[in-house]
Design a protein around this ligand. Structure first.
Ligand SMILES: Nc1ncnc2c1ncn2[C@@H]1O[C@H](COP(=O)(O)OP(=O)(O)OP(=O)(O)O)[C@@H](O)[C@H]1O
Length: 320
């Protein structure tokens, strides 16, 4: 399978000021992340708040510059692309945000909000038409009668549909969906997920789906990257692949098991999450891990496929 997106050893370090003297300290928001994403696939990125999911997505789209690493999109090295080439490439990679309120200007009508990316992307001689807007609205299941409405007149679900229509306006092949349903009611969430599934099938889209909601990721995605403090600790090639990392197992156990007895087979997470400014020498999960040993506290486990299984970064992966 050819990759639409190829990410290699991607890292992002931010400098923050910490401690009583507010000295500059480096924080590894994304640390040595690699993955491939084939056309038409949906990859989920999960992990606790602050583990680097959004930063990874922004790096993959080159919305921010990496500290190290490589990103190839449709065969082009994004990090070497000129501003003109980048503009063209960027139109094929769009983002849908969690909060449609903040991504749509409250003074814009729906039509203007949807047209904006087309105008911004420099189609001056070929102005977007209201027909195009109506087509995009239909694509996301909105009545064209709402074209002159303002955001405050729309429901949360309708606003998110406008956000999706905007993202589709430039006919992208890759969409990053950053918690696209997190601010919506459960029934509306289901409608938006149904819409995203339909759009993927109809338009052959590829998605990076960021979420805290593992059950949703399991339902919606083809494969899953589990992140912990900037690193991928497990890359599940299928959503039904057995989790091998103790962190993933704990996350999955607490989310998926309807059986309370099963839920107790894994120790609840204990211990503190280390500061991203002060990562331990060994595995960053060791302090909370029920199976950690000495080697875990001294050596960072590499993300490797052991025993014919999928890649996991753990000195004691579960083989069951
Ligand atoms: N521009 C920035 N400057 C400094 N630190 C940043 C910046 N952007 C992100 N960070 C830090 O990088 C880390 C990763 O943040 P990121 O937003 O990628 O996490 P996340 O997993 O998406 O979190 P959430 O689920 O809460 O959105 C966090 O500690 C965050 O504070």
């Amino acid at each position: 399978m050819t990759s639409l997106l190829k990410v290699r050893n991607l890292s992002k370090r931010f400098v923050g000021h910490r401690g009583p003297f507010r000295r500059p300290r480096v924080m590894h928001a994304v640390n040595d992340v690699s993955f491939d994403l084939a056309k038409g696939r949906v990859i989920g990125v999960v992990g606790e708040s602050g583990c680097g999911k959004s930063t990874l997505a922004r790096l993959a789209l080159r919305l921010i510059e990496p500290s190290d690493g490589l990103v190839r999109f449709e065969g082009s090295n994004l990090l070497e692309a000129s501003p003109v080439a980048m503009r063209k490439l960027r139109s094929k990679m769009q983002m849908v945000f969690q909060d449609p309120y903040s991504s749509i200007d409250p003074r814009y009508t729906v039509a203007r909000a949807i047209m904006e990316p087309l105008s911004v992307q420099g189609r001056k001689s070929d102005k977007p038409t209201l027909d195009e807007v109506a087509g995009l609205m239909e694509m996301v299941g909105m009545s064209a009668g709402l074209a002159q409405s303002f955001p405050h007149q729309l429901s949360g679900g309708q606003k998110q549909r406008v956000g999706i229509a905007r993202a589709l306006a430039l006919r992208p092949s890759l969409l990053v969906l950053d918690e696209p349903t997190a601010s919506l009611d459960v029934s509306v969430q289901a409608q938006i997920i149904g819409l995203l599934e339909k759009l993927r099938d109809d338009l052959g889209l590829t998605y990076i789906f960021i979420s805290h909601d593992l059950s949703l990721v399991k339902y919606f995605c083809d494969e899953i990257l589990v992140m912990y403090l900037g690193r991928v600790v497990e890359a599940l090639p299928r959503t039904n692949a057995p989790a091998r990392h103790p962190y993933t197992r704990t996350l999955m156990d607490s989310t998926f098991s309807p059986d309370p007895k099963l839920r107790r087979t894994i120790e609840p997470l204990q211990g503190e999450v280390p500061s991203p400014f002060d990562l331990p020498d060994g595995c960053a999960f060791a302090a909370r891990c029920p199976v950690a040993s000495d080697i875990c506290r001294s050596q960072i486990p590499s993300l490797t496929a052991v025993g014919g299984g999928h890649p996991v970064a753990c000195h004691h992966p579960s083989l069951s």
